[in-house]
Design a protein around this ligand. Sequence first.
Ligand code: ATR
Length: 292
Amino acid sequence: MSTQINGQTCLCGVVGDPIAHTLSPFIHNALAEAMNVNTVYVPLHVTEEHLEEAIVGAHGMHMRGMNVTVPHKQQVMQYLSEIHEGANAIGAVNTLVRRPDGYHGYNTDWMGLERALKDHEISLCGKTVVLLGAGGAAHAAAYLCGRQAAEKVLILNRTPQKAIQLAEKMHGLFPGTEYCGAQIDHWKQLAGDGYICIQTTSQGMVPNEDQAVIEEQAFYHKISAAVDIVYNPGMTKFMKLGKAAGAMVCNGLLMLLYQAVSAFELMHEVTVPKEAIQKIKKELEEQFAYGA
Ligand code: ATR
């Protein structure tokens, strides 16, 4: 939050149901303070039947920007005046930016993952990527794989039909990347090693810390990087298994932070410097007691 609320303060917020556990107000208000932007960001509990009036009302009240979270990321799209290319491809919007004609919708989840991977010096270009899961986060990751011109993306999901559908959709958008959907056990048919694995399911998140989608150690010997979108705990079972097999590992905290940074940048037309991002990252790590 900027230090002083006054007549010029612009209002932003995050719309969801439930919303009480969101970290977005913490991150956005910390960014506002670091960047000296005169804005306040609040949680907004909006149920499905009130979504349309919430969006129309927010526009009427000149709310500068909003994030949208579960369960509204798809539903909200019908109330926007324009949808950015990436959000259309992913089929979900998590960021709204106010324009005179209505809200423009973006998806910053793929941007967050891209920036997090960059910090870890991971490029997907020309690589074979194994995606675990086929839900919302997997859509963002699969889109990023296409954008970065991965050679092949193997999408493995408990419900294989969803993985196959996602693979077909993404291959239509990125014909240069080979997408393949299958059931989880399909990893056993992977020849060679050095794959990048991105874990997009909620498996391993508190209170299910002792679980991972793939538990066989043999899988982890095939991968060079184990990227988890889960950030609590900081070291998930998936990451532990990857680490034990010698893979580079990272959790989802940076992706979470960067999707918010990208949203903040779109809402306020600024570029957040690295130092501000590092400071907030440290504060988040303290909140989750990573060092303990
Ligand atoms: P999100 O938007 O966070 O990705 P989602 O759209 O509900 O959430 O997707 C959750 C993903 O995690 C799905 O791929 C789901 O598999 P199904 O499509 O089979 O439901 C996966 N998932 C959730 N719990 C799982 C579990 N216990 N084992 C394996 N996969 C699981």
